[in-house]
Design a protein around this ligand. Structure first.
Ligand SMILES: Cc1cc2nc3c(=O)[nH]c(=O)nc-3n(C[C@H](O)[C@H](O)[C@H](O)COP(=O)(O)OP(=O)(O)OC[C@H]3O[C@@H](n4cnc5c(N)ncnc54)[C@H](O)[C@@H]3O)c2cc1C
Length: 377
């Protein structure tokens, strides 16, 4: 899929990264899983601090992600329309050894893509703050690199955001271009992120504007430059059956300062950019975990002896492994082909069909890879 010149240029990096994910990263991922995050609500004097404590394993991955360019590669454009494919292959190697840091990276990539797509629009008024946020999200410098959250789901439910969003955006009386957001975000992953993109309901004549046309997209920093939370409270972390490494929490927005991105009422349209990227990342996770489990199963089948021979030599067992391998390969081909389309969109060399097909195929890619991953793993 890659032209030989690109393949040659990225080969050494992929091999070196492969060694890391099979070694140190795996140990750190286990550490992150063994020590789930904790929320400390108050300090010793009873002052509310809402301090998130994460494990060494979890914290290890943010600087690594920056240095390895796990988001940056797609935006550096060193390999034109193939930059995205290079990034996705690297994320594919990373996924099963990432201690689920793949989740904040998905949202970070989604936020970078959304900001980049917005700034490409003629009618979008950018600002130094937004340009700078994009630089942070796509940086390879661990001290400068930011991760982003994606705060949409509210108590009323996640799928139907146009009816479920009750968070209000009130224009700040003292600062033009700033809104104060009030609401309750019910399911926000990686609450240790530096910024977020979120939906909130605009207000007209003192009343919330109902439905889709009332929803606007907002950018907000999670903390200010002094490290104080931006008028928000971390209420609690979710008790989950899986993904326990992730600090997923409930957040009360109590006047969070935010900047509206694009026009009022365009929130769902604009955040769908982010959703398409996080769907692609979901597919990367699904496919890479299929690969990892098949690798383990094949290795085991060459070691375990039952009824006088290795289990790989039992026809029925071999048949299951073959089915898993075929299922995985079909999903991988689907993922890489959709990635190539996205690469052309990134590069600005897409055809009209690419744009339509990418929009159509991305949710299907997410659906099929997720369903098959459950069967295979
Ligand atoms: C681990 C984890 C992390 C998460 N992190 C985040 C995050 O960072 N940010 C965030 O905003 N949200 C996050 N979420 C929430 C997630 O996005 C929502 O769970 C999702 O949007 C679905 O919403 P819901 O759970 O309220 O289900 P509902 O919307 O209530 O759906 C319930 C069921 O109804 C079905 N359904 C809904 N609408 C339709 C329809 N039109 N046609 C057919 N069937 C339908 C759904 O498929 C589902 O089976 C996270 C969830 C999990 C589990």
């Amino acid at each position: 899929m890659l032209p030989p010149s690109v393949g040659d240029a990225v080969h050494a990096d992929l091999v070196a990264f492969g060694d890391k994910v099979a070694g140190e990263y795996l140990d750190m991922a286990r550490l992150a899983e063994d020590e789930p995050p904790r929320l400390v609500k108050h300090d010793a004097f009873g002052k509310q601090v809402d301090e998130l404590r994460t494990s060494e394993g979890w914290r290890f991955f943010k600087p690594q992600a920056a240095k390895e360019g796990l988001v940056a590669i797609a935006y550096e454009n060193d390999f034109a329309q193939y930059s995205r494919l290079y990034q996705v292959v690297k994320l594919y190697l990373f996924g099963p050894s990432s201690g689920l840091f793949s989740c904040p990276l998905a949202m970070t990539d989604g936020a970078a893509f959304t900001l980049r797509q917005l700034t490409r629009r003629k009618d979008f008024e950018s600002s130094p703050e937004i340009e700078e946020a994009f630089q942070h999200l796509t940086s390879r410098d661990p001290d400068y690199f930011w991760t982003s959250g994606q705060w949409m789901t509210e108590k009323q439910g996640g799928s139907d955001v146009s009816n479920g969003t009750t968070t209000l955006a009130l224009p700040d009386a003292s600062q033009s271009g700033v809104h104060n957001l009030y609401g309750y975000k019910w399911f926000s992953s990686a609450t240790d992120s530096d910024m977020t993109l979120t939906l909130a309901r605009s207000v007209k004549d003192g009343k919330p504007i109902p439905g889709n046309k009332g929803l606007s997209l907002f950018f907000a920093r999670v903390k200010d430059n002094s490290g104080n939370l931006n008028n928000l409270e971390l209420i609690r972390l979710k008790e989950k059956l899986g993904t326990r490494q992730l600090p997923t929490g409930e957040i009360l927005l109590n006047g969070m300062k935010a900047k509206q991105l694009g026009k009022e009422g365009d929130g769902v349209r604009f955040i769908s950019n982010m959703l398409n990227i996080t769907r692609l990342h979901n597919a990367i996770s699904a496919v890479s975990n299929m690969r990892r489990i098949i690798a383990l199963a094949r290795d085991y089948s060459d070691k375990r002896v039952a009824f006088g021979k290795k289990i790989k030599d039992h026809l029925l067992h071999f048949r299951i492994l073959s089915w898993a391998e075929l299922t995985f390969r079909g999903n991988l081909a689907f993922l890489l082909n959709v990635t190539l389309m996205l690469g052309r969109i990134d590069h600005g060399s897409e055809s009209p069909e690419d744009r339509v097909l990418f929009r159509l195929l991305t949710p299907l890619l997410k659906l099929f890879t997720a369903k098959d991953a459950i069967k295979v793993t």
